[in-house]
Design a protein around this ligand. Structure first.
Ligand code: BES
Ligand code: ZN
Ligand code: ZN
Length: 506
């Protein structure tokens, strides 16, 4: 989708449809807020006002009316889209509004271009960026492999038009919104792909292609290299599978030598890349096991965030690390009770092979630290317990550095991918003490998300570290008006916004 901002007046729009958001209480008769509605009423010879007068359009959230071929109006179609209560407006509601309006048009397969009226309430950089992100995310469909022509229609061009005679420049917001929206969809696509396609090597090759296009450094370690380095935790997970594991590494260097005021800061983003999680020998029940193709969404979010970073070029070095593996049972698979030595040197008793995410992340985090990371953020679909605790709405955050946690929470509020903190008191560490090794990979039935986080803390050592459990937020069980069912790309905008904020580039 090509996105532009133009100064076209309402009477001269040439796109296939004009989308006009309508907040509750706005009418063409209300002279203060709704001059655009009054102008549109004029252009449609009273068709707009009659919709309001007859109560067909009230601005109620996600209500809509599509008018076709009205009056001397230059556009063939006018979509009035309910934006809900004006007092509820924030970047989340605006993103959803744009996404839902675009999604509602996809079934009209002939619509190829759209104009979106950025009404006065929406004329801020933040909201314009949210409109762009929402439109891109809303437009993407989940049916990657549908072979008949029922599959996705596409709106190829979106023009943002302003109500103001002299609108502000939205180029920066469009650039940032496009980078965020496109990278979110890239991460979603990686998530949607079935695990027979999205193997660890395929994840690496998609990351490589992106890195080449965007100018990022790329490297993918194979199993021989992992053995040589001593990544016993990652290799324990991949043992049961015929698909070889990969450790995907993406590097971003800012332009010029004067890096971050000469600082040696290196932010590491580490993402769980389990391309299919059957549970291994501690096998999962069959129900919903197909959803475990999404178990690489933390890794996809890291790859997506690195794409945003490459495009928006913050003044700080960033390394993205994605330990990628399948988790399958076989005659070679790691077994409950096995003890493995991680890259850090710490030994781990693998009590449950289904707690594999923390094993691959342990080596991923150590690899990042060994490569000079001065701050580590990991993202992972790590625990079912997190889905129970926070559902699809917020991801859990926990870590060893309060400033880092606060910065992530703030970035989440800013970009609409929201977090909720969980504690990591030392008491929780007692639950994962092993009788035979330095630590065991599962605790008891209590505090499942926290003990998983505590396990990772062992490997973050003294480097400021925070962990995002995105098990609930990484995919949505049901289609929403503003997004298809399935992978959400959660974490892309959050991690990218966090890095941009740290670099002071916004
Ligand atoms: N990938 C799962 C976590 C998960 C479950 C994500 C449901 C999304 C939805 C993870 O590897 C896992 O299996 N965790 C176990 C840990 C347990 C064995 C301590 C879990 O949560 O049940
Ligand atoms: Zn598992
Ligand atoms: Zn898993």
């Amino acid at each position: 989708m090509k996105i532009t901002a133009s100064r076209t007046s309402l009477g001269e729009i040439s796109e296939d449809v004009l989308i006009v958001p309508v907040f509750e209480g706005e009418t063409p008769h209300d002279s203060e807020n709704a001059s655009a509605l009054a102008a549109l009423d004029h252009l449609t010879r009273g068709a707009v006002a009659s919709l309001f007068d007859e109560g067909e359009m009230t601005g109620k959230l996600d209500s809509s009316v599509l008018l076709q071929n009205v009056g001397p109006f230059s556009t063939k179609r006018l979509l009035l889209y309910g934006a809900g209560k004006a007092e509820d407006i924030d970047s989340v509601s605006v993103r959803r509004l744009a996404g839902a309006a675009i999604r509602s048009l996809l079934k009209h397969r002939v619509i190829r271009s759209a104009a979106f009226l950025v009404t006065r309430k929406l004329e801020t950089e933040t909201f314009v960026q949210a409109i762009v992100e929402g439109a891109l995310i809303g437009q993407m469909s989940a049916d990657l492999y549908r072979s008949n022509d029922e599959s996705a229609a596409e709106i190829e061009a979106l023009d943002l038009i302003s109500e103001l005679p002299d609108p502000p420049d939205f180029d920066g917001a469009i650039k940032a919104g496009s980078a965020m929206g496109e990278a979110t969809n890239f991460a979603r696509e990686l998530g949607f792909e079935p695990s027979n396609v999205m193997t660890p090597s395929e994840l690496a090759s998609r990351a490589k292609k992106m890195a080449e296009q965007e100018g990022l450094g790329f490297e993918a370690l194979g199993e021989d290299e992992m053995k040589r380095l001593g990544m016993g935790a990652l290799l324990a997970v991949s043992r049961g599978s015929n698909e070889p594991a990969r450790l995907i590494v993406l590097r971003y260097e800012p332009d010029g030598k004067n890096v971050g005021g000469g600082s040696d800061d290196l932010i590491a983003l580490v993402g769980k890349g389990i391309t299919f999680d059957s549970g291994g020998i501690s096998i999962k029940p069959a129900a919903k096991m197909e959803e475990m193709k999404y178990d690489m969404c933390g890794g996809a979010a890291v790859i997506g965030a690195m794409q945003v970073i490459a495009r928006l070029r913050p003044n700080v070095r960033v390394i993205g690390v994605v330990p990628a593996s399948e988790n399958l049972p076989s005659g070679r698979a790691v077994k409950p009770g096995d003890v493995v030595r991680s890259l850090s040197g710490k030994t781990i008793e693998v009590v449950n092979t289904d707690a594999e995410g923390r094993l691959v992340l342990a080596d991923g985090i150590t690899y990042a630290i060994n490569n000079g990371a001065t701050c580590v953020v990991d993202a992972a679909t790590l625990t079912g317990a997190c889905v129970i605790a926070l559902g699809e709405t917020r991801a859990a955050v926990m870590g060893s550095d309060q400033q880092l946690i606060d910065d992530l929470v703030a970035a989440g509020e800013q970009c609409g991918e929201r977090l909720w903190p969980m504690p990591l008191d030392d008491d929780y560490g007692e639950i994962i003490k092993s009788d035979i090794a330095d630590v065991k990979n599962v605790g008891n039935r209590t505090a499942g998300s926290i003990t998983a986080g505590f396990f990772l803390k062992h490997f973050a050592a003294s480097v400021p570290w925070a962990h995002l459990d995105i098990a609930g937020t990484a995919w949505t069980e049901k289609e929403k008006p503003y997004i298809a069912k399935g992978a959400t790309g959660f974490g892309v905008r959050l991690m990218a916004s966090f890095v941009l904020n740290r670099a002071g580039s916004r």
